[in-house]
Design a protein around this ligand. Structure first.
Ligand SMILES: Nc1ncnc2c1ncn2[C@@H]1O[C@H](COP(=O)(O)OP(=O)(O)OP(=O)(O)O)[C@@H](O)[C@H]1O
Length: 228
């Protein structure tokens, strides 16, 4: 569960990126956070990841108050969140299998467990046959599938996706959204930041709209889109 109350972020020498944002995302929800460029979406994600500190307000993720979290606990906290980015961020010199396995190796998962869980995850994202391929041999959609497999391999309760379809053509974008929907169906909370109105309108999920740092809309199962 994500509980945000009265969250404000003002960057130095700049206007407010977020102003008095309060919202709750329950376990198992699928939520879009949308808004124009510069509205504050990435700032919100970065605060959730504890990469950016709020100016004021409270953020509690899975019962952990981020404002009270000791610095040494942050890496462990971040591992409880799966994160996917627009530009995939795969290791270019490792194949598909190794890209996914790496996320387990760094936290000391046993070789036996890795050999069991990576193929299972690659099956889930539909990439079993490409496990030996390198990122440059894959389409954008396939690369994003690898990134999703990597984000989920340690079974996080929450998946945060920052413009996950931003580099994909409409067909691949729809496939990735279908995969995120399936992941959500299996119990993971999914939070997708996007400014694609097509995707938001097609999916009919909860849509939180941010405009100049303020939440101006929060609609359940909606195709709501902000006015320019
Ligand atoms: N590190 C920073 N230092 C100063 N100002 C920043 C910083 N990061 C973001 N901002 C400002 O905060 C505001 C919100 O930016 P943010 O990146 O959160 O928006 P966004 O909705 O994610 O935009 P986009 O869709 O283009 O990624 C903008 O005015 C931006 O210029």
């Amino acid at each position: 569960m994500i509980e945000i109350s009265k969250l404000t972020k003002t960057y130095e020498k700049s206007s407010r990126a977020l102003k008095d944002v309060s919202l709750t995302i329950d376990d198992g929800e699928f939520v879009f956070i949308t808004g124009r460029s510069g509205s504050g979406k990435s700032t919100l994600l970065r605060i959730l990841l504890k990469e950016v500190e709020p100016t004021s307000g409270r953020v509690v993720v899975n019962d952990m108050d981020l404002g009270r979290m000791p610095r040494r606990y942050v890496p462990k906290y971040r591992r409880q969140l799966g994160v996917v980015f627009q530009d995939f961020r795969l290791l270019k010199d490792r194949n598909v299998y190794e890209n996914v396995a790496f996320a387990q190796r760094v936290i000391g998962v046993s070789g036996r467990k890795i050999r069991e869980s990576v193929p299972e995850m690659l099956r889930m994202v539909g990439l079993s046959s490409k496990y030996k391929s390198f990122p440059h041999q894959l389409s954008g959609g396939e690369q994003q599938r690898v990134a999703i497999a990597r984000a989920l391999i340690n079974r996080p309760a929450i998946l945060l996706a920052d413009e996950p379809t931003g580099n994909l053509d409409p067909h691949n974008a729809m496939e990735i959204m279908g995969l995120l929907e399936e992941i959500n169906r299996q119990g993971t909370t999914v939070v997708v930041v996007t400014h694609s109105s097509e995707i938001v309108n097609m999916m009919r999920k909860r849509v939180i709209t941010i405009q100049r740092g303020i939440v101006v809309g929060d609609e359940k199962e909606s195709g709501y889109w902000y006015e320019d």
